[in-house]
Design a binder for this molecule. Structure first.
Ligand code: PHE
Length: 327
């Protein structure tokens, strides 16, 4: 028996398996109920008291040895696992994942800053709007084409509720509830029922401007917009006003800026039509005002050389990443 014990001891000490299978085989062979050491214990039970004294200690030592060996494996695999999971500080740093502002947000912020510097405050209004605010109070004639289905998304008919087609609705909302003087800009999203293409989209963004006070003149309008154009596009920029038509301004003008070798239209503007003031409870004999509206996409396209409107709403990371670090 002693010989057998010595042989098993030597085997255990010499065991050098490391894989999970080898360790499991070790467990079955030396530790489990069917193990050879267990067999020896079964035999041990049948020995005489004298023999029990003789072998007991060695047999127990053998059992201890097998157990220690097994736990030394699991310790070393645990250590190995811990090592694999811990951070390796010698590896190169991960790619910088800081995002960027959306180009429309960058331009919107610039426009806001330019007007804030000369005393305009920022206002907001609903995108789902009643006919009164989007059209009627703005002096749109009853059968004006802009009210028709091809331009306007209707939420409901009779009473008409629409997705606003411009930010001018907020002019009415503000003039109805506040007394002049008022000097505000209104950035926001607008909707038109147009086919989506590189040049047009069913939603886009505008910034509306409204200034109402005593003795506001066309001169004030031109000075303000000239200042804006130089701040936005550079000191050298020239502007040109062309007569135009909007139901809610009289006279109306579109403003072009000098761009490369020619002129580019940048916004619509005019003096607030006396009818519009009246619709909002403001006396046109006492007050006058100017208003303007510009497209944010259009300005972003010019400034960044973007040629497809769809890029603004597709969330293509390759597009957006180019604005990293731009404020
Ligand atoms: N609301 C007009 C548009 O969407 C722009 C505009 C605003 C024109 C204010 C004049 C005054 O085209």
């Amino acid at each position: 028996m002693l010989e057998k014990i010595e042989k098993i001891k030597a085997d255990i000490n010499g065991f050098s398996g490391i894989s999970d299978e080898e360790i499991e085989a070790f467990r079955v062979k030396y530790i489990s109920k069917k193990s050879i050491i267990n067999d020896l214990f079964e035999k041990f039970k049948k020995l005489s008291v004298q023999d029990k004294k003789k072998y007991g200690q060695t047999l127990n030592q053998l059992k201890r040895l097998a157990k220690d060996k097994l736990s030394s494996f699991s310790n070393s695999t645990k250590k190995q696992d811990a090592k694999n999971n811990s951070t390796d500080y010698t590896l190169p740093a991960e790619d910088d994942t800081v995002g960027s502002l959306h180009p429309l947000r960058i331009i919107r912020n610039k426009i806001i800053k330019i007007f804030r510097d000369i005393g305009f405050s920022i206002e907001d209004g609903p995108e789902i709007e009643e006919d009164w605010y989007n059209f009627t109070a703005l002096n749109f004639p009853e059968n004006h084409p802009a009210r028709e289905m091809q331009d306007t998304f209707f939420i409901s008919k009779n009473p008409d509720v629409v997705l606003r087609t411009h930010t001018s609705n907020v002019q009415i909302r503000l003039m109805e509830k506040e007394k002049p003087p008022m000097r505000v800009i209104i950035p926001g999203r607008v909707y038109r029922n147009e086919t989506v293409s590189a040049k047009s989209h069913c939603f886009f963004h505008q910034v509306e401007g409204l200034y109402v006070d005593k003795n506001v003149s066309f001169r004030d309008l031109k000075d303000t917009l000239y200042y804006f154009a130089k701040e936005m596009f550079g000191e050298e920029t020239k502007v040109r006003f062309r007569p135009s038509y909007f139901p809610f301004t009289e006279p109306s003008a579109e403003m072009d800026i000098s761009w490369k070798d020619g002129w580019l239209e940048i916004l619509g503007s005019g003096l607030v039509d006396p009818n519009v003031l009246k619709n909002c409870g403001i006396d046109p004999k006492e007050y006058s005002g100017f208003a303007f509206g510009m497209g944010i996409e259009r300005i972003a396209m010019l400034k960044y050389g973007i040629d497809d409107l769809r890029l603004f709403s597709e969330n293509d990371k390759r597009f957006l990443k180019q604005f990293r670090g731009v404020r």
